[in-house]
Design a protein around this ligand. Structure first.
Ligand code: PGA
Ligand code: ZN
Length: 399
């Protein structure tokens, strides 16, 4: 497929954060677009993010002009060309966010040229027939926001419900939407406020007694609403955000790695529905990940900032038994091909993948297609509100 032209634009998420949209015009005259979320709690080894000013500088546009008139036989060859053009380890010349936007736009163009759904063409190029026919993803929906996503006192960044879809996406999403509403009412009554603030990912964001209280509230409501068989709970501690030297500042106290592991273990005892814990320790604390993985066998220990959608990090840490689930965020990697290589690395080692949105999301639905193409265990898409509704709708349409 011949690339005729490209464009880099600035767009804004619903909170007013600037982010990138990229466009590609191909041989038949059609143009395809993709937008990239900004992200707030980033791992240090993620692909570089550049501002719109840098992305659209004369220098960068000149560099990218090498794309014009080039013919690419598939996604991999397009992405490899971009990687070479950038020439740096962390994509700081062109910008990982710019490269990903172009890479996703190319994937859309390729799908259209084959008259296929995006997920079908990705599956065809990268996954072959290895993926199961029926896809029944678990929805990871962040309903209470803390950490860097909220202006409250919670150290833990995300309190999620994990909704089993079991082949009936419509009823799963309906249950989630009514649970989200019930939760708003319950929190309003409990905390005596009529207008609960909403955090970066659409979850409720208010003060709690401590980091456990949101789990107690969620457990209680799951039981009351009779949803124990469909809903489990998860947290994303995003512990980079509250690590301090070798220790952590948690609930106002300084705690060591073993102490924090003990706290998580206690949470699982008090709230047995708690099934998944993401980034329980900082990205430097591999000892913590190993310790918790041993303590909580049978539950999911998920890495995000630790593995940053990087195939070799995933392989290395999976080999050391640090996690059994991994977050896949395309803009941590910076191209579609590298994102998919990370997924493949995880699946080959029996690690579950959860394809994830970010804070500062746009209405782009690419990740839903990627998750389906890969047959991912889960999709992580925030609360069912605002710009995230587009992702829920797409899930409903293609799952
Ligand atoms: P983000 O992080 O704010 O960088 O999107 C979300 C997450 O940690 O999963
Ligand atoms: Zn995370």
């Amino acid at each position: 497929m011949k690339v005729k032209d490209f464009a880099i634009d600035e767009i804004f998420d619903s909170r007013g954060n600037s982010t990138i949209e990229a466009g590609i015009a191909v041989g038949n005259g059609f143009a395809f677009y993709a937008s990239v979320p900004a992200g707030k709690s980033r791992g240090s080894r993620e692909a570089a993010v550049v501002s719109f000013a840098e992305a659209s500088s004369a220098k960068n546009l000149k560099r990218l002009a090498a794309l014009k008139g080039k013919d690419f036989s598939n996604q991999r060859s397009f992405d490899e060309f971009l990687i070479k053009l950038d020439g740096t380890e962390n994509k700081r010349m062109i910008g990982g966010n710019v490269m990903l936007g172009l890479s996703m736009a190319f994937a859309r163009a390729a799908a259209a040229s084959q008259k296929k759904e995006l997920w079908e063409s990705l599956q065809k190029e990268f996954f072959g027939k290895a993926v199961q026919k029926v896809w029944k993803p678990v929805i990871f929906s962040n309903l209470i926001n803390g950490g860097e996503h909220a202006r409250n006192d919670l150290n833990i960044q995300e309190y999620m419900v994990l909704v089993e879809t079991r082949g009936d996406m419509k009823s799963a999403i309906e249950k989630l939407i009514s649970f989200y509403r019930d939760l708003g009412e319950k929190l309003g009554t409990m905390k005596r406020i009529s207008n609960i603030p909403i955090g970066d990912e659409g979850g409720y964001s208010l003060d709690f007694k401590n980091n456990f209280e949101p789990l107690a509230v969620l457990s209680d409501l799951v039981r009351k609403d009779g949803l124990s068989r469909t809903f489990r709970l998860g947290v994303d501690a995003a512990a980079n955000g509250f690590s301090s030297g070798d220790a952590y500042l948690f609930d106002g106290k300084k705690v060591t790695t073993p102490k924090l592991a003990g706290i998580y273990e206690g949470y699982c005892k008090k709230a047995p529905a708690l099934f998944s814990i993401e980034d329980p320790f900082s990205e430097r604390d591999t000892t913590g990940f190993a310790l918790l993985s041993k303590k909580l066998e049978g539950r999911m220990i998920v890495s995000d900032d630790l593995t940053v959608t990087n195939r070799s990090l995933i392989e290395e840490y999976a080999g050391k038994g640090l996690m059994n689930g991994v977050i896949i965020k395309p803009n941590q990697a910076g191209t579609v091909t590298e994102t998919i290589e990370a997924v493949q690395g995880a699946h080959e080692r029996g690690i579950r993948t959860i394809v994830s949105h970010r804070s500062g999301e746009t209405d782009d639905v690419f990740i839903i297609h990627l998750a389906k193409a890969a047959g991912a265990y889960g999709v992580k898409i925030g609360a069912p509100t605002r710009e995230r509704i587009f992702k829920f709708n797409e899930l409903l349409r293609i799952a």
